[in-house]
Write a protein that binds this ligand. Structure first.
Ligand code: ATP
Ligand code: MG
Length: 284
């Protein structure tokens, strides 16, 4: 049995619970239950505030956890990052009022910086050889320059729209963050085996995200053209003969990012009856 700590509510909750579902780890959580055993996998889920997850894993109260890398770096607990999930992507950045003429990290010398991430900020300032006053604030950090509580902020940014609406400009990116799996450093052999299987299942679900399975019919004399359009990242596409021996069916996997552009080129090259289906898992 492996105990995994995840966020009980908040931004990571939805991503984490759907990842567990995609990994076929079924967890039927009745309202507000804090510890729930999976009915399909030797795992129990502990629901916590994200701030508490690194320490809980470091102390061994939970064996592993899923939490933002930003929290892991801030808490600086003795845990191992074992997998990047690519979910809940954000960054920790320094922002200053738009009207300021920011010239580089030295601009921060002697300034007041508001943040909920004092540890990461302190480390960054030390690396840059800058001395500044760090004001620890747990929420609404972006408002502090407006009310003259700070000269700059150090906070989570994703789209940047919060900064824009508060007349702030992002000037330094200090940490790129995504949700990660962290593990206690002293797991026994049985727990390590369960963790390995879980990571493998997570990876299969992650690899399938953003991918589509595409099937199309094409005259045989167009196959070479069509194959030259398909990206080379996946293994060779499958080519299946059809009842009409002048035609065949081509099956491949496409990335959603380049999807519409490639479909357009395929149509122009003579592909017909293009079928697109989602992929649940990709086992590498
Ligand atoms: P808790 O109540 O558990 O302490 P919280 O309020 O500290 O929750 P959330 O706002 O739910 O935390 O964010 C959880 C994590 O999601 C953050 O630590 C960060 O890794 C990520 N995150 C935060 N804001 C964003 C965003 N705008 N876009 C993407 N990811 C984000
Ligand atoms: Mg928190």
């Amino acid at each position: 049995m492996l105990r995994i700590a995840i966020q009980s509510k908040g931004r990571l909750y939805d991503d984490t619970t759907s990842l567990l579902k995609e990994a076929d780890v079924k967890v039927n959580r009745s309202e507000r239950a804090l510890l729930v055993r999976s009915s399909t996998f030797p795992i129990e889920v502990l629901y916590l505030r994200d701030d508490d997850i690194p320490e809980t894993v470091a102390s061994g109260v939970a064996d592993i956890g899923i939490v933002g890398l930003n929290e892991v770096m801030e808490r600086d607990e003795n845990v191992k990052v074992v997998q990047h999930l690519g979910l809940s992507k954000c960054r920790l950045s320094i922002a200053v009022p738009k009207a300021e003429h920011y010239t580089g990290p030295q601009w921060l010398q002697g300034k007041r910086i508001a943040t909920s991430y004092p540890h990461i900020l302190q480390k960054y300032l030390k690396e840059q050889d800058v001395k500044a006053q760090i004001h620890i604030i747990t929420g609404s950090v972006e408002i502090t320059p407006l009310i003259d509580l700070s000269d700059a902020i150090f906070d989570i940014v994703s789209s940047g729209s919060t900064l824009v609406s508060n007349n702030l400009a992002e000037v330094e990116t200090v940490l790129q963050s995504d949700a990660v799996v962290i593990a206690n450093k002293h797991l026994d052999a049985e727990k390590k085996t369960i963790l390995k299987e879980l990571i493998f299942r997570f990876q299969s679900a992650i690899d399938a995200q953003g991918k589509k399975y595409v099937m199309m019919n094409a005259p045989k004399d167009r196959v070479d053209r069509i194959l030259s359009i398909l990206p080379g990242s996946m293994k060779s596409p499958t080519i299946i003969p059809l009842a009409d021996d002048k035609w065949c069916s081509i099956h491949t996997v496409l990335d959603v990012h380049s999807f519409w552009e490639i479909i357009g080129q395929l149509k122009a090259a003579g592909a017909q009856g293009i079928l697109v289906t989602p992929i649940e898992k990709i086992i590498g």
